[in-house]
Design a protein around this ligand. Structure first.
Ligand code: SAH
Ligand code: AVI
Length: 307
């Protein structure tokens, strides 16, 4: 049994059943996430785009020339193109993602759009150790780029560990550029995860289709429904799959009982305050040097340097 299968079974044996959100992202999951970013209700992507467009010159000057851009969870690299167009004499672009086919096709598209740029994609789970490639042009500094508020998909303990790793990867003289979604009216947040077209529901359910195909589970996908609610006490969205009936999931010789009405947790999406995020960045050794937000303070882009 693979390490991943063992990890998934262990999550399903917890009192609160859970599956890591990294299993959303097979090829179909990456396409569905792209569709989410175009939904009218899903404010993070357009808001982050707007903040970048408004502040790109200041940002490019802060980064300086001949940096390497290392992107965590690069997906389709849509917002990244603004950086690739404006950063001064970029040394190399290293997109890191777990969704292999999607990463390779995105990297191929970037190579043809930016012919002079070295693009070195890395297929990896960024919560585990992975090696960074050696660029042809030695960079003057590393910029670790983590857009989209993907940091929000991790509990605070794991997010803190990720920031610690990014601090190491930024290296001396390096920096982190991170997109962080902010706390706001819960109705706006809940709408973003309960879109009227049902794309988020499809994205959530696709996780089970992915587990069935790739790891040999036999979830009855039609017997689950999407649920997404904001937990005000924890400041996070809680995204679950709810079983309509009692059922038994089998994988190899193992069985897992799922009760009628039982929830399988598939994702948290934490929303931060600026103070709360600054405290975590500082704990990792970063200083938040510049925060850009939109006029409504829905979302933030934060430029953090090593203390
Ligand atoms: N950066 C893009 C995509 C965000 S979606 C944006 O801002 O729109 C989250 C991305 O992170 C997906 O492409 C997914 O495949 C990737 N991802 C999620 N968990 C991951 C993990 N543990 N390791 C590597 N990539 C991961
Ligand atoms: C990738 N991540 C930041 C998205 C989010 O908003 O938490 C994933 C997502 N889940 C449902 N919709 C979007």
């Amino acid at each position: 049994m693979s390490e991943e299968t063992t990890e998934i079974i262990a999550g399903l044996r917890q009192p609160q059943k859970m599956i890591s959100p990294k299993y959303f992202y097979d090829e179909r999951g990456s396409q569905l996430f792209d569709a989410i970013t175009h939904l009218p209700e899903y404010y993070p992507t357009e808001t982050e785009f707007g903040i970048m467009r408004h502040n790109i010159d200041a940002l490019a000057d802060l980064v300086g020339r001949q940096a390497s851009l290392i992107e965590y969870g690069s997906g389709s690299s849509r917002k990244t193109r603004i950086l690739l167009e404006h950063l001064h004499e970029l040394a190399v672009y290293v997109p890191v993602d777990i969704s292999e086919e999607h990463l390779i096709s995105s990297a191929t598209a970037i190579r043809s759009e930016f012919p002079g740029l070295e693009v070195l994609p890395v297929v990896a789970d960024f919560t585990k150790r992975f090696a960074l490639p050696d660029p042809a042009v030695p960079p003057l500094r590393n910029i670790v780029y983590f857009p989209g508020s993907t940091i929000g998909n991790f509990t605070h303990d794991v997010a803190q560990e990720l920031l610690d790793v990014m601090y190491q990867e930024a290296g001396e003289n390096g920096a982190m550029l991170i997109g962080v979604d902010l706390q706001k009216d819960p109705a706006i947040i809940e709408r973003a995860y309960n879109d009227s077209a049902g794309v988020t529901a499809e994205f959530n359910l696709n996780m089970l289709t992915h587990l069935n195909r790739e790891f040999g589970f036999d979830f009855d996908v039609d017997a689950y429904s999407h649920s997404a609610r904001y937990d005000r006490d924890e400041g996070r969205m809680v995204i679950e799959l709810i079983s309509a009936r009692d059922q038994v999931v089998t994988i190899g010789d193992e069985t897992i009982d799922v009760g009628a009405g039982e929830a399988v947790l598939t994702e948290y999406s934490h929303k931060y305050t600026l103070e709360g995020f600054a405290a975590m960045a500082e704990q990792a050794g970063f200083e938040v040097r510049q925060v850009w937000t939109d006029a409504e303070r829905y979302f933030s882009i934060q430029y953090c340097t090593r203390l």
